[in-house]
Design a protein around this ligand. Sequence first.
Ligand code: ATP
Length: 281
Amino acid sequence: MQVVSLRSDAHAESDPLSGRKPASAMIEIEHVSQRFQTSGKQSHLALSDINLTIEDGAFVSILGPSGCGKSTLLYIVGGFVQPTDGVAKVKGKAITGPGPDRGPVFQEFALFPWKNVLGNVMYGLRQQGVKKAEAEARGRKLLEMVGLKGYENFYPKELSGGMKQRVAIARTLAYDPAVLLMDEPFGALDAHTRTRLQNDLLDIWDRQRKTVLFVTHSVEEAVYLSDKVIVMSRSPGSIKEIVDIDLPRPRKRADLLLDARFQKYIVDIEKMIDDGGKDDL
Ligand SMILES: Nc1ncnc2c1ncn2[C@@H]1O[C@H](COP(=O)(O)OP(=O)(O)OP(=O)(O)O)[C@@H](O)[C@H]1O
């Protein structure tokens, strides 16, 4: 993938010595619970008293057994679901709905089949009132950034799963959201494509330092990508452990596979998940 400069303003006040901004809270989740009404008069407590602070520019993954509320938590931060209790905030403000500061990359938000790749990436920009020529220039730059230069005129049905996921990422990056919300974005891909997209995502994150909230079922993926891994326990979903991943960056998967600390994180986190029950991830 080619390196294209497309920095967000997040670096504007970086410390000239370290190149890093002082940590500040991007997302705050305070006493959030979520109860869903189910059939009849039943209800289901999907999340119970979640408290979490995610710092600006952090890469945070969420792991936990199926049904523990990972997607629900992402939807709450996205503003698509209003919690029944507690409050979720972005940059100190309560989240009351979706906004351009939070970019979802969810499987549910499929590409428009009737628009070509460039049209899909430009769509949100045009909706925001960006002039056609500028939207097109930004769209082309983003497609180059995600490794899809030359595919601008292709339609979604002509793309592989990995390419579609790249378009989805470019489409979300087009808004330049401060936060990326990614719900198992690489889950359906083959191992090789998945590794490539993980590396590309780390590359983009390294250059733009967006805050990333990333739901996955893969412990290895979570440890490889993240600064922090949130381990949830199931039913009602709550936070079991928060693990700081103290591995140097930039990370190379091939090196990490031989690194005893990387392997220990994986074993420890798998044990945490197993201790919560016998659920499969
Ligand atoms: N709109 C809804 N109405 C009723 N129940 C819901 C709704 N959305 C989610 N749930 C329930 O909330 C719980 C958490 O669902 P969620 O999709 O957040 O879990 P998850 O951890 O992301 O699962 P998976 O890993 O299988 O994707 C599940 O029991 C699910 O059935």
